[in-house]
Design a protein around this ligand. Structure first.
Ligand code: HEM
Length: 119
């Protein structure tokens, strides 16, 4: 996957996602306004590591423990659905190789459901 999408593809994807966050009524208030660039970098580095690229995320953040790291945030079904809506729009905008998109989408969809931590 990493050789197909490349660091630049993950960069475009994550930039297209975070561009929508500040003005989103559900997700906007959840993210740190003063560190959106940092949040963008953490997601980018995680995806690059997760899909077989350089493990910068692990070097800087350690084991992902993503579910635990999302516990401070109210990830409801509505927040999860909004996250996926923004990611779907980012997947369209990022113009990734068509072969890569269905498995990325499935990965995001499953992990987003796993992040739900309250009704
Ligand atoms: C289901 C809805 C989700 C919501 C509402 C949500 C929200 C958040 C928020 C508010 C943060 C803190 C921002 C920051 O890093 O400063 C965060 C961090 C993060 N999220 Fe999510 N997230 C969701 C799903 C996902 C999914 C599906 C992934 C992976 C594909 C993901 C990956 C990450 C990563 C890697 C971090 C940074 C963790 C760290 O190293 O501290 N999130 N998320």
């Amino acid at each position: 996957m990493y050789s197909l999408v490349g660091a630049d593809g993950f960069q475009r994807l994550v930039a297209a996602f975070y561009k929508q966050v500040p003005q989103d009524d559900v997700l906007g208030p959840m993210y740190p306004p003063e560190d959106l660039a940092g949040a963008e970098q953490r997601l980018r580095d995680y995806l690059i590591y997760r899909f077989g690229g350089p493990p910068k995320y692990i070097e800087e953040r350690g084991h992902p423990r993503l579910r635990g790291r999302h516990m401070p945030f109210a990830v409801t079904k509505a927040a999860r659905d909004r996250w996926m809506l923004l990611m779907d729009s980012a997947l369209l905008e990022a113009d990734l190789p068509a072969d890569a998109v269905p498995s990325l989408r499935e990965f995001f969809d499953n992990l987003a459901t796993f992040m739900i931590n309250q009704g």
